[in-house]
Write a protein that binds this ligand. Structure first.
Ligand SMILES: [Cu+2]
Length: 198
């Protein structure tokens, strides 16, 4: 499944179920408070052990939790399942910017330019402390770890500019560790790739 759709589906499913329970439990609670108030029901009933009820209130939430897990797992598989023809770009985190290294050795700081319509694989590492590479628009958030390479991928299916952030507190200027993802038409990308970066 497309990872953006998968993550959104998991999000809205969990929010939706939570909201139904919020409303359902709230309504029943208010109803019981009114119905069993002291003036109408002075002697409370002491109810203990109802096996059927206990089985039901264990089984139903278990099934719901498992479906939540299932929806999330499907989304996660989408995030990890890499298309074979992906364009690979190296990403390095450092205090306090993101560096991008292209197959032809072009290097940029704070600017990730990719061609529209391609799958992009990012090989992510860090050159100092822990960072976390985050593109909210593509639902990607992956740790950037010194001495280790992690990865993320996304399908560049929208033209335009998107935010990239660091989401692991990495020092005093962590909040300014921002970059831009620019998705441009293929010809524009190829021309850009040949330009000198500095
Ligand atoms: Cu950082």
């Amino acid at each position: 499944m497309d990872p953006v759709r998968g993550v959104d589906l998991a999000f809205w499913y969990i929010i939706g179920v939570s909201f139904l329970f919020l409303v359902g439990i709230g309504v029943v609670m208010v109803y019981f408070v009114i119905k069993y108030r002291r003036s109408k029901n002075p002697i409370p009933t002491d109810i203990r052990d109802n096996l059927n009820l206990e089985v039901v209130w264990t089984a139903i939430p278990t099934v719901i939790a498992l479906t939540m897990f299932w929806v999330g797992w499907e989304a996660y598989l989408g995030l990890r399942a890499l298309p074979e023809d992906a364009l690979e770009i190296e990403v390095g985190g450092q205090q306090y910017s993101w560096i991008f290294l292209y197959p032809n050795d072009k290097e940029t700081e704070g600017e990730l330019v990719v061609p529209y319509g391609s799958a992009v694989k990012l090989n992510i590492t860090s050159w100092d402390v822990l960072h976390s590479f985050y593109i909210p628009s593509y639902r990607i958030k992956v740790d950037s770890v010194p001495g280790m390479t992690t990865y993320a991928w996304f399908n560049a299916d929208r033209l335009g500019e998107f935010d990239i952030l660091c989401t692991e507190y990495c020092g005093i200027d962590h909040a300014y560790m921002l970059a831009k993802l620019k998705i441009v038409p293929e010809e524009e990308y190829l021309a850009w790739l040949e330009e000198d970066s500095y």
